[in-house]
Ligand binder design. Sequence first.
Ligand code: FES
Length: 154
Amino acid sequence: MLTTDEIRELETEMAIYPTRQAASLGALRAVQRRRGWISDEDLRDVAGYLGMSADELDSIATFYSQLFRKPVGRHVIRVCDSVSCWATGAETAVRRLMETLGIRLGETTADGRFTLLPSACLGVCERAPALMIDEDVHTNWDAARMDGILARYP
Ligand code: FES
C-alpha cells in the first residue's frame, strides 16, 4: 500500500504531466527511491493510482534498466560493457571486481551491500572505462582504484 508520503510524491510527479499515464516513469522512480525496488504489489498500487493496468505499467518498468523489479543491494554498481570500456581494459577490471565482491554480474553480495549489473554505454567513453554506483559515475577506473571507490558506499 502506498504511504501518504509516496502519494504526495506521485501527485507532485503528476502535476508536471498532462495525464496520469505520462507520469508513470516518474511515479515508478519515486516509489523505487523509497523502497529500493518495485514489487508486484507496489506495481499494482501505482498502476491503480495512475488509472493504468498493472501489465501496462509493468511494460514500462521492465523497459527501463534503471528500474528494478527484483530486490537489489543498498548500492547498485553498473559496469559499462560497451566497446570503449572493453577496449580500455574493463573486462579485466570487472573480473577483479567480481572476485573482490564474491559475486558475478547480476548478483547481490551476501550482506546486501552491492548488486553488480552490466550496463550499456554510460556516455563518458572519452574517460573509459566507466561504471556507475547508484547515481555516481566513476571514470578511468581500474582494479587498483576499486577498493577506494567501494569504501565510499557503506
Ligand atoms: S563505452 Fe563505456 S562509457 Fe561509453
